[in-house]
Write a protein that binds this ligand. Structure first.
Ligand code: UDP
Ligand code: MG
Length: 313
């Protein structure tokens, strides 16, 4: 289809300075199996790392002119860093991968040849095992994907951010203007022809994962709230359910009152108060979640701010 397709590899990095050199070498080695020097470019996004990551990037970029790098003004989170990378990438296909070798670069040639030989627009690597993750994060991921699947209909189980996107997919992705980004979900929403290839998540080359439990929970809430408004409808549903109970209980109370058999009913009152009280609080919380999303969106702030750029080409 393309005479000489150009490839971009986008890697968001946060505190990956210690091993970035090795990562870049492996990625280049993988890329050179399928393409020549003129037709690929690696784009690194330093997501406001407080360590030596940016210095390392500056140093590596002197050895590798195919490197383009952006430094964000602070830590905006992986999703925003990815967005910065996708906006920079101008190639015919863009590969997104992590900067810790957990997404094995040796899959790149396979991804590229599938993209060239089939009519797939997205080649996605699917985790067949989650690597050595803690039991709680495995369970957390299971529950999150099960809920998301129920609510939104997108089955993202095993999905990773390791993907090859065709230019038209990247262009479509960039048209999505939301501030609360959930990359995996957004690419699922886009549709297009996709082919999945399985992979085993490798161990981190060094350092540790920078996703805190709080950040993962935030991402999970973004995932659910931006792909389904069902929780809001559940509130209405539980309201209707309680109305039915209220009518039955009300009629019974009236009946006892009129027939002079009024019960003391203290327990019932307390129980109802507690149940209805907590349901109202939860409902307000759910509405609050959506309201907060709307507030963040209407502010229309940029998704990231760039402080420095290295572009040798
Ligand atoms: N990352 C980022 N910003 C952050 C946290 C992580 O750009 O605030 C990058 C990180 O450098 C890595 C990728 O996102 O390339 C995945 O992060 P990590 O390995 O910490 O997460 P995990 O593998 O546990 O999902
Ligand atoms: Mg990782």
């Amino acid at each position: 289809m393309y005479s000489q397709p150009t490839l971009n590899v986008v890697i968001p990095v946060y505190r990956e300075g210690n091993h970035l050199n090795v990562v870049i070498q492996e990625v280049i080695a993988a890329l050179e199996k399928v393409t020549n020097k003129e037709s690929y470019q690696i784009i690194l996004i330093d997501d406001g790392s407080p360590d030596n990551t940016w210095d390392v990037i500056k140093q590596i970029s002197q050895d590798y002119p195919i490197l383009k790098a952006v430094r964000l003004s602070r830590n905006f989170g992986k999703e925003c860093a990815l967005c910065a990378g996708l906006e920079m990438a101008k190639g015919d296909a863009v590969i997104i991968m992590d900067g810790d070798l957990q997404h094995p670069p040796h899959l790149i040639p396979e991804m590229v040849s599938i993209w060239q030989k089939s009519d797939a627009d997205i080649v996605e690597a699917i985790k067949i095992s989650r690597g050595n993750e803690s039991f709680s994060s495995k369970i957390g991921a299971e529950i999150f994907y099960a809920i998301l699947n129920q609510l939104s209909g997108y089955n993202l189980k095993g999905a990773s951010d390791y993907k090859l996107l065709d230019r038209k997919v990247v262009n479509a992705w960039l048209r999505m203007g939301e501030r609360n980004l959930f990359f995996r979900g957004m690419t699922a929403w886009l549709g297009f022809q996709r082919i999945k290839i399985p992979f085993e998540v490798a161990s981190r080359i060094s350092g540790r994962s920078r996703w805190s439990t709080l950040n993962l929970m935030k991402l999970a809430i973004t995932g659910v709230t931006s792909f389904s408004s069902l929780p809001l409808h559940l509130i209405t549903f539980s309201g209707c359910l309680f109305l039915t109970f209220a009518i039955i209980l009300g009629l019974q109370t009236l009946f006892f009152k009129l027939t002079g058999r009024s019960v003391d009913g203290f327990t019932t009152v307390i129980l109802l108060l507690l149940i209805i009280g907590s349901l109202i609080m939860i409902s307000l919380g759910i509405i609050g979640l959506y309201l907060a999303r709307i507030y963040e969106e209407v502010k229309c702030r940029p998704r990231y701010i760039i402080s420095e750029i290295i572009d040798e080409m």
